[in-house]
Design a protein around this ligand. Sequence first.
Ligand code: 0GY
Length: 294
Amino acid sequence: MSEFVKDADWLDWHPSPSKPKFVVPAGAVDAHCHVFGPGDKFGFAPERKYTPCDASREQLFALRDFLGFEKNVVVQATCHGSDNSALLDVLEHSNDRARGVVTVKSDVTEAELARMHALGVRGVRFNYVKRLVDPKPDDYYRGIIEKIKPLGWHVVLYFEPADLAEKWNFFTSLGVPIVVDHMGRPDVSKPLDNPDFALFLKFMRENDVWAKVSCPDRLTISGSPLYADVVPFAKAIVEEFSDRVLWGTDWPHPNMKKEMPDDGILVDYVPSIARTQELQEKLLVSNPNNLYWS
Ligand code: 0GY
């Protein structure tokens, strides 16, 4: 039994997702997912802002197979802080079918980074979402970038629209490729040409920035199964930046407060934002393989 008790309002991941109607292309990658613990093996961080249910590597691999994916990119969840043991354990047991994005402290050593690289880590995550972490000063992150640069890693940024405007000078001067979680969380109640989303498109146009067109379930107001209000935003990004988009389930879906998404329905959303076979192949197969397995 784990010493950890999940938050009282915690929603567990969907126990029986539907089988997707959309058959993903061979070699598809779920490029944004997490594991939680299990808490009795990989404890949660003291500084965490939520305590989740468990979500193990075996459960992640079972979902991967059920949905028809070949590979996973596992992103360090904030509930594990900078202790990446659970994530590295996934990579170790993945048979080269998983890559990772970790969270590190600025005093991380070259030897630690080299070990992570050998296991399949290809990026670090800087999180600016204040309900999840207390963001650090720019210089702190710059120190980390200097350490990861020689390894050819990228930075995954998780931010909300106001953060992009505030951190513009910093984000455009990182000097390594950038991957943005959940398209920078656009406010989909606004028109497609709203200034915040225009700034996000400018960010992508002028820099080596990739976007995860993931998490319609977090952004939608109109709801599942169509996520119709999110579609125009994701579709616009997929069509303009077809070589720099990634997609992931976001399983086990931390911090959903109203409804837990059905992962099969999330897969069925993909053809509504990537409307041709060519775009689907880039989004699910060639882009993530280029970034994480080449
Ligand atoms: C996500 C989104 C969230 C949480 C985390 O690391 C995390 O705790 O990323 C969120 O609550 O929006 O990418 O999984």
